[in-house]
Design a protein around this ligand. Structure first.
Ligand SMILES: C[S@@+](CC[C@H](N)C(=O)[O-])C[C@H]1O[C@@H](n2cnc3c(N)ncnc32)[C@H](O)[C@@H]1O
Length: 242
């Protein structure tokens, strides 16, 4: 259930609170998610996702997991390049929407409902794991990164696309205010609720940022972990090797 506006920050500060809120939020917005993504990114999101997939060592038949797959953009892009793809998401409605887009033959991704912090896959099941805006949304990033490492084969790749936040304090305040304003307007127009997309800046407050995520990946056993700034450093693509 959606918490009152004043409670959002404290809700997101606990593991259970964030978990419940994220489940509620993505179920509520799933049917408009594709449109919202285009609007919020000024049409750039597809390009960023292609950039992530370009960085993946994909060959025909590569086993790919797209974690927090949403409606499946990254999963479909990997499948188009010949990979065998599983998309996993905790929100049932997102999985239903992704399945509706899937081709009926065996070339398309398979979509499953599941939690990327405790996945139903054996160790070393995948050559490549991708996640788009996934790590910022889990209650414990370190647990998710460890789980993503577990299902990757040694030498396999983890790729992640997500927001970053400016290191400069003044720029950060401006950026968060901008996201809050745009998010509130969009929430009002799309859901008659200005709070819906205030979640993005709020989720960034406790997010360790691109450098912190790279460090976390190394701490969780990735031999290499680097990131490329996207959109002047407001977003980042991480590439890590197990
Ligand atoms: C912002 S959407 C991103 C969807 C898609 N990857 C994309 O880039 O368009 C975040 C997704 O993470 C999913 N999610 C949140 N927590 C999750 C978890 N613990 N395990 C799996 N999926 C999760 C949500 O259901 C939602 O679909």
């Amino acid at each position: 259930m959606r918490p009152r506006r004043s409670a959002l920050r404290s809700t997101l500060s606990t593991r259970d609170g964030k978990s419940r809120y994220v489940r509620w939020l993505f179920s509520a917005i799933a049917d408009r998610y594709d449109l919202i993504t285009v609007v919020l990114s000024y049409g750039q999101d597809r390009r960023w996702k292609k950039r992530l997939v370009d960085r993946a060592d994909l060959a025909a038949g590569s086993r790919v997991l797209d974690a927090a797959a949403g409606t499946g953009d990254i999963a479909f892009e990997c499948a188009r390049r010949g990979a065998r793809v599983v998309g996993l998401d905790i929100t049932r409605r997102m999985v239903e929407l992704a399945r509706q887009k899937s081709p009926t033959d065996a070339s398309g991704p398979r979509f499953l409902v599941g939690d990327m912090m405790a996945m139903p896959f054996r160790d070393a099941s995948f050559d490549v794991v991708t996640t788009g805006y996934g790590l910022r949304n889990v209650p414990e990033i370190a647990v998710a990164v460890r789980e993503l490492a577990r299902v990757l084969r040694p030498g396999g790749q983890l790729l992640s696309l997500d927001f970053d936040k400016p290191r400069n304090r003044v720029l950060r305040v401006i950026y968060f205010s901008y996201l809050t304003l745009v998010g509130s307007l969009l929430g009002l127009v799309m859901h008659r609720d200005p709070d819906t997309y205030r979640y993005i800046p709020e989720s960034l407050r406790n997010y360790p940022g691109a450098e912190g995520v790279a460090r976390l990946m190394r701490d969780q056993g990735f031999a290499e972990a680097r990131f490329e700034p996207v959109l002047g450093g407001l977003m980042a693509v991480h590439v890590a090797r197990r």
